[in-house]
Design a protein around this ligand. Structure first.
Ligand SMILES: [Zn+2]
Length: 518
């Protein structure tokens, strides 16, 4: 397929771009974890366009240089490079480092009168705040003079949960049309325990919950819903306990995900850009390579393109804004899909089955199939209209059901509804009284103790699942009396990693997580 190398045209202008950079997130890490462990990152994959094989800067795979790329659209070295080849803030500005003023995404958005925000979880991001503040930012010569301070809201908090609290509060009170969020967790876990460790995987599970909070903000606010793009990438990966070696594929391979209105669902970004970008395989192409790989440094101008704004002055990465994540024609170029049953918000009594029914209009060509998902986990597909999938024996819980209509040219779109499978005693006896199982110690090496309490005599199952949702072992199945119960759990035969422990009574399911480290 061929796409015009032009800015997308859409009906309504987009409202906002949220640009997320996950520090130290390896390219393959999300797929390794799978949809049950990281459902929100999988929502980006199922509903958006992505690659797990983007590239960092060629010469540097460390934090400050790559974030400078992500914010300016420049490489590190060379005459067009921003010049930040160091990884600790030395009190200078980008202008002082480069020798002349270096504009960034914030300049372009701010100078057009739109609010901007930056939420950082490392203190050295003060480099960016200082470079673009009221003293050091360039005069605004575009339209109305909005002043020199390019970053309206700057927040630094080392704890990312608190950082997301600030982001949600500030975006709700006075929306920023471009917000950049830096999430430190995987880098911190990688340096402390290694990029192969269960702690590292667990840090990405934490990031997934934070991304879920960004989705909650977008879904729950009419200003943002259906009008906001989420762009997610990483500065670098990691290997062992560091990421210094710029020649190591595990360091230079990063993800790049784009989600929002008009983005073809589930599309590979290289497939969307066949004439201008080429998947580099395991390689490390230079900046001279043509076609070029997709790079984290392109997220600067990609974010501006999604906002309908021009490229950063002086930038060279995607300065033509031809790295397309939205088809020419925008949402109108995608198939139209809707879920006709069940209605969103449906609550059913356990045990329950749900037939999801969808209609799909290809708009051009033909619908090849409609795929069905629950929280990112594939359920099945139907290739004949009316499209449906019968999901039976659904466990207790809340689910996001998604239908993805795939056209014969591979272009797809999604629709989703939320449902709940509740206990007959929901909110009263069994459901609310069954506490999640306690596991201690946790993390552990071989032996741990599982403790849970039953409100009354009940049939109970205790199962262990791996990250992909496969049952590893049933630890207990049978009837137990009310009160506290303990199981000594021998995990000597388990590989190190993250697992889920599921406690099921007749009225409720409770899940716990544990980690085996050796
Ligand atoms: Zn690091």
């Amino acid at each position: 397929m061929a796409l015009a190398a032009s800015s997308p045209s859409r009906g309504a202008p987009p409202y906002a771009v949220v640009h997320v950079s996950v520090d130290g997130l390896r390219g393959g890490a999300i797929a390794k974890l799978g949809p049950r462990a990281v459902p929100h990152l999988y929502r980006l994959r199922i509903e958006g366009a992505f690659t797990d094989n983007a590239r960092s800067d060629v010469d540097y795979t460390i934090t400050l240089p790559n974030h400078a790329c992500e914010l300016t659209g420049r490489p590190v070295l060379g005459p067009d490079g921003h010049g930040v080849n160091f990884n600790s803030d030395d009190g200078r500005t980008l202008e002082a480092v480069h020798g002349s003023y270096v504009a960034g995404v914030f300049d372009v958005v701010h100078d057009r009168g739109l609010a901007t925000g930056m939420y950082a979880s490392k203190s050295k991001f003060a480099l960016f705040e200082r470079s673009w503040n009221a003293a050091n930012g360039a005069p605004d010569t575009t339209g109305v003079d909005d002043g020199r301070d390019k970053i309206d809201v700057y927040v630094y908090q080392a704890g990312t949960a608190a950082l997301l609290d600030s982001f949600t509060a500030r975006m709700t009170a006075a929306p920023q049309r471009y917000a950049f969020i830096h999430l430190v967790d995987p880098d911190a876990a990688g340096h402390s325990y290694g990029w192969e460790s269960a702690y590292y995987l667990d840090s990405i599970v934490k990031v997934d919950a934070l991304v879920g909070r960004i989705f909650d903000l977008i879904d729950g606010d009419a200003r943002f819903a259906d009008a906001t793009y989420l762009v997610l990438t990483a500065d670098h990966g990691g290997n062992g306990t560091d990421h210094e070696n710029a020649a190591d594929p595990l360091n230079y391979t990063v993800p790049l995900y784009v989600w929002g209105p008009g983005v073809p669902a589930g599309a590979d970004l290289y497939w969307l850009n066949p004439s201008t970008r080429a998947n580099p395989g395991n390689g490390r192409p230079s900046y001279a390579a043509s076609p070029a790989p997709i790079r984290n440094g392109e997220t600067a101008n990609l974010s501006l393109d999604l906002l309908g704004l021009p490229a950063v002055p002086g930038s060279v990465l995607d300065s033509a804004q031809d790295c397309d994540a939205v088809l020419p024609g925008g949402a109108g170029a995608l198939p139209a899909v809707s879920i006709t049953n069940p209605p969103s918000g449906t609550s059913l009594e356990y045990p329950a089955s749900v037939v999801t029914e969808a209609t799909a209009d290809p708009r051009s060509g033909a619908i090849a199939r409609v795929e069905f998902f629950a929280d990112g986990v594939s359920l099945g597909a139907d290739s004949t209209s009316p499209y449906s999938y019968a999901w039976t024996e659904i466990p207790l819980g809340v689910y996001r059901l998604t239908a993805r209509a795939v056209r014969d040219d591979g272009i797809a779109a999604t629709a989703s509804v939320d449902i709940e499978i509740a206990s007959a005693a929901a909110g009263t006896a069994g459901h609310s009284l069954l506490a999640p199982p306690r596991i201690y110690p946790n993390p552990f090496d071989r032996i741990s103790t599982i403790e849970f309490s039953l409100p009354e005599t009940d049939a109970v199952e205790v199962d262990v699942y791996d990250l992909l949702g496969r049952r590893v072992e049933r630890l207990f199945g049978g009837r137990l009396g009310g009160g506290v119960h303990e199981i000594t759990f021998d995990a000597s035969s388990y590989a190190p990693g993250i697992y889920f422990l599921q406690l099921r009574s007749s009225a409720a399911v409770r899940t716990g997580k544990f980690m085996i480290v050796r």
